[in-house]
Ligand binder design. Sequence first.
Ligand code: HEM
Ligand code: HEM
Length: 146
Amino acid sequence: MVPDMMLWIHPILQSAALLLGTYVLYMGYCRFCFQHLGKKAVFNWKRHVFLGKVAVWLWLAGLVFGIYATRMSWGTLGLTGAHYTIGLAMLPFLAVSLITGYMLQKPSGKRPRLALTHGSANAILYLMALFQTWSGIEAVRLLLLE
Ligand code: HEM
Ligand code: HEM
């Protein structure tokens, strides 16, 4: 058993990561417009790299914490159904986001294909995080509030 309060850490961490992710994705979108569509756009490189790292590491830490809290509280995993499946399916995308992000972090000429891989992995991650929020709210209602 874990104290009930601890069950709130995961939803709070993941909601914070989503807010941050929204801003980081918006910055990335501006970079995409500049890099691939030739539009003028401002991209704060250092800020994107820093906040991007915070968002991805938060998602990872939150994921581990959610699994730990579920296991400790209910002695089993997977009781949230699709929330559990999509949560685990985020792992490879988080890895791609981190690896490509770390490769891109130092400006060294144009690497459009690497940037595109990074951007696509992150766009998919963001959609998955949106789904996690929707299914997570249901989990809060059923598991934490009832
Ligand atoms: C470890 C974390 C991250 C690092 C170090 C990082 C770093 C970078 C860098 C350096 C670029 C510019 C690449 C270039 O134009 O050559 C970039 C582009 C981009 N990033 Fe990130 N990023 C991270 C996380 C994220 C996250 C969490 C998102 C969105 C949720 C994101 C979305 C994007 C997008 C959409 C682009 C534009 C890609 C393109 O132009 O095709 N990044 N990132
Ligand atoms: C990227 C975001 C997220 C990921 C990867 C994720 C992943 C997970 C995973 C793998 C579990 C274990 C479930 C099981 O074994 O059935 C879990 C539990 C849970 N998730 Fe999430 N989740 C995310 C976001 C959220 C959000 C935004 C909320 C709420 C608004 C939420 C609410 C919950 C709740 C209430 C549990 C039960 C355990 C606990 O409260 O710590 N999740 N999550």
